[in-house]
Design a protein around this ligand. Structure first.
Ligand SMILES: [Zn+2]
Length: 128
């Protein structure tokens, strides 16, 4: 099982990620906000380095955290691990460049979609 990441651990991964400058195909599609899985990205290119899912899915809140009027899709939306959908996310790193991403599966009534968002240290929030 990937380790449960607390806020300092998440921040450390995010800061390392934001310091990466080498070109990589994992940034060919902008992932500042939530996106579907990029067709250019192979699943095996990312490896899971941790999880933010402190609770089982059925116990995790569906409340979102948007104190500044952002929405789920906003590229400025806070990354608040205590809130949906971050409370379901795994933290993944690109094997080629080391950039870090959040991933979870958005399970609808009829289909499940894999979503991905870049891990930006400036957006991480300790809100509870
Ligand atoms: Zn990469």
């Amino acid at each position: 099982m990937p380790p449960l990441l607390d806020l300092p651990a998440l921040l450390a991964i995010a800061r390392r990620s934001s310091a990466v400058s080498q070109p990589c195909n994992c940034i060919s599609k902008p992932l500042a906000g939530w996106e579907g899985w990029p067709v250019t990205l192979r699943e095996a290119q990312l490896e899971q380095v941790g999880t933010l899912a402190a609770l089982p899915r059925e116990e995790a809140t569906l409340d979102e955290y948007h104190p500044d009027g952002t929405s789920y899709w906003s590229i400025e939306a806070p990354i608040a691990p205590a809130f949906y959908p971050y409370n379901l996310c795994g933290v993944w790193a690109c094997r080629e460049c080391g950039r870090a991403y959040l991933r979870y599966n958005d399970d609808g009534a009829y289909h499940s979609e894999s979503r991905i968002r870049a891990l930006d240290p400036e957006l991480i929030s300790a809100a509870q």
